[in-house]
Design a protein around this ligand. Sequence first.
Ligand code: NAP
Length: 267
Amino acid sequence: MSGATRFLADPTEFAGKRALVTGGTKGMGEAIVRRLAAGGATVATTARSPLPGSQTVDLFVQADISTREGVDKVVRNVLDRLGGVDILVNNVGGSSAPSGGVLALGDEDWQHTIDANLFAAVRLDRGLLPGMLERGTGVIIHISSIQRRLPLFEATLAYAAAKAALTTYSKGLSKEVGPRGVRVNTVAPGFIETPAAQRLVARLAEKAGTDQNTARRGLMDSLGGIPIGRPGRPDEVAELVAFLVSDRAASIHGSEYVIDGGTVPAV
Ligand SMILES: NC(=O)c1ccc[n+]([C@@H]2O[C@H](COP(=O)([O-])OP(=O)(O)OC[C@H]3O[C@@H](n4cnc5c(N)ncnc54)[C@H](OP(=O)(O)O)[C@@H]3O)[C@@H](O)[C@H]2O)c1
């Protein structure tokens, strides 16, 4: 559910800015790529699969960024072709761990989840921050999850723990690099209707032997309900990210923005 955006963009807002959005071929990443490009940015993205024929970007690097080699390839290409980035959106993440609770998760599930949700961002930041610090300017966004404080244990406990680490890392990084001109913030989505979310619903339906609508409703219920009555949309997350990376958010730093339709039940 990542159709055309319903929001108007100022086509000059990001003119002259170079952005890297990881995982920009599907879901939220795809919506963020589209939104930043609509704002005039030069946009690079990455995915493990080839760039879909329907999509155009200024630079595409095919790589698995849950590995050290994959991140190195992305950093090398971005530095060679763009000379660096002004905006880095660490969007790649997710969980493919089996359901069945904590005892169903082996070392490999934990390691892969942490590689994709934490190390990909840590390594990319490490590769692209030096240029930002040299120029004394830059913006980094980490896409975390409300699960970092509302962990679900059925299938995504490793994911929730990895996102908690990502949010904590993001806060610490902001303290270090803020005084040197680089802004760092986290966005924590709730249930957003992306292909990954749809795959999770399908897995839960299969496990419970129900249809997908029942599983989807069950997922919403397992979160304690979504007060606005629906999951969020990728273009709504993209709009928040576009605001946070823009100069309109120049004094927003070291924060986490939740976008969950009211799911998290406490302040
Ligand atoms: N959807 C939700 O409800 C939800 C809620 C909270 C947080 N989030 C977070 O939001 C972010 C985006 O989620 P999404 O639902 O939009 O995901 P998605 O629809 O599955 O899209 C993920 C994107 O990342 C790419 N990707 C995945 N693993 C990769 C890897 N190892 N290396 C390079 N590219 C990779 C995918 O392409 P390939 O498959 O071709 O690699 C795709 O372009 C994730 O960090 C997720 O944890 C999602």
